[in-house]
Unconditional design. Structure first.
Length: 120
């Protein structure tokens, strides 16, 4: 299990399964956030936050909501706006202890142009 939290600790998360890799994306939002994403479903990722404790940012095709803590501003995760049971979400593992994720490889994803992993 991998745990993480925003800077102030108001938003926490746990990831039940260890990912095969982490994703660093260069799309317009991810490069600004500096996110390091681990993906899963709501059954595998558990986010705890106060009611109305995050600000959700939705844009573009309106399929994802990026969540940032209302107190400290850290972007902790994104959720699919598709509410099906298998809908994907991701947590920003920049919010985890670096020692807990140091052994997991990082893949670079070209979300800005080709929509492919650059190491393929």
């Amino acid at each position: 299990m991998i745990n993480g939290s925003c800077h102030c600790g108001a938003v926490t998360f746990s990831l039940d399964v260890e990912p095969a890799w982490l994703t660093e994306c260069n799309c317009s939002i991810c490069r600004r956030i500096g996110g390091l994403w681990a993906y899963g479903t709501a059954a595998e990722i558990h986010v705890t936050r106060p009611d109305d404790g995050t600000i959700a940012y939705v844009w573009g095709d309106k399929s994802l909501a990026f969540h940032a803590c209302k107190v400290c501003g850290c972007t902790t995760h994104w959720e699919s706006l598709d509410r099906s049971p298998n809908a994907r979400m991701a947590v920003n593992l920049r919010m985890a202890n670096p020692a807990d994720i140091a052994h997991i490889p990082v893949r670079c994803f070209d979300g800005a142009e080709t929509w492919t992993y650059l190491d393929e």
